[in-house]
Design a protein around this ligand. Structure first.
Ligand SMILES: Nc1ncnc2c1ncn2[C@@H]1O[C@H](COP(=O)(O)OP(=O)(O)OP(=O)(O)O)[C@@H](O)[C@H]1O
Ligand SMILES: [Mg+2]
Length: 274
């Protein structure tokens, strides 16, 4: 790696989607930013400062992360949510819950005061992911790093979260690991990772048009999208009737020829020709 810079503070940051096959290094790369791992060469800068020069509290206030398999602590929901921002107001907490579609917390026995991991409160994977996303959003970071954070959500909830995230990402620098076109579309640009190396950077449509490997990785989604966007072939009732009659004629002549073939296998004439 050379130098990776995150500029923030101008009011609108760029969001980069990281796309790559499983094991290509997406999580390792995203883990470098909150310094779960340190770079062995090159540097990562936020607003011109090497992240290794920031104190841990300063780094945590600058970079918020939400991972696929998030860590929640045996604390109340509120304490878990405000770990990155202890002074958050009720309105800010409510907004973060809204962005992450984590409204289920209000149905817990003691609402936001329910202790996670106790009182029989073991949350589902998708609930944990949404809490961790709300926590990251509540931090109001300069850099938001999301590694497969929506993977456990059903497509409808995912779409709601993405819609809200779009607003949040508008004002931060974002790094979003994406497996689906809908998540990629949250980003301004896409970096394609292959075996630990960023091989291409471009917009979604540029990569789709010019990089077969990128097309391949998002292929299942494209097929769905193509299907959803396919122009229906409209025809009048008469055309439909003609088409049905044509297909019936074709079917019956095919049946006749099949019968004929079958019959001819046993026909004396055919036997005689052999
Ligand atoms: N802590 C670690 N120590 C050593 N190797 C690791 C570590 N974490 C990941 N790797 C290896 O680094 C490579 C990239 O892993 P990484 O988790 O970044 O993949 P990924 O692109 O996030 O994949 P996925 O889409 O499955 O999450 C893999 O070969 C993996 O085995
Ligand atoms: Mg990963």
């Amino acid at each position: 790696m050379d130098t990776a810079t995150c500029q923030s503070g101008s009011g609108s940051g760029e969001t980069i989607a990281l796309v790559g096959a499983t094991g290509s290094g997406k999580s390792v790369l995203t883990g470098l930013i909150p310094r779960l791992y340190d770079v062995t060469e090159g540097r990562i800068e936020v607003d011109g400062t090497d992240i290794r020069e920031l104190t841990l509290p300063a780094l945590r206030a600058t970079v918020a992360t939400a991972f696929e398999d998030p860590t929640l602590f045996s604390l109340s929901v509120r304490e878990n949510l405000t770990l990155g921002r202890p002074g958050a107001t009720e309105d800010e907490i409510a907004e973060a819950i809204d962005v992450a579609q984590a409204h289920f917390v209000h149905d817990l026995p003691f609402g936001l005061d329910t202790r996670i991991g106790e009182q029989g409160m073991s949350l589902s994977g998708g609930q944990r992911q949404r809490l961790s996303l709300a926590r990251a959003v509540l931090t109001q970071p300069k850099v938001l790093v999301l590694d497969d954070t929506l993977s456990a959500l059903d497509v409808h909830t995912e779409a709601l979260v993405e819609e809200a995230l779009r607003r949040v990402l508008h004002s931060v620098t974002g790094l979003v690991v994406a497996h689906r076109a809908s998540t990629v579309l949250l980003a301004d640009r896409v970096a394609l990772l292959d075996n630990g190396t960023i091989t291409h950077v471009g917009t979604h449509s540029q990569l789709l048009a010019s990089v077969p490997r990128y097309r391949y990785l998002l292929a299942a989604d494209d097929e769905l999208d193509d299907g959803a966007e396919a122009d229906p072939t409209w025809c009048t009732d008469d055309e439909r009737r003609c088409a049905r009659e044509d297909s019936e004629i074709a079917e019956s002549s095919e049946r006749a020829s099949r019968d004929d073939d079958f019959g001819s296998l046993h026909s004396p004439a055919r036997e005689a020709r052999r």
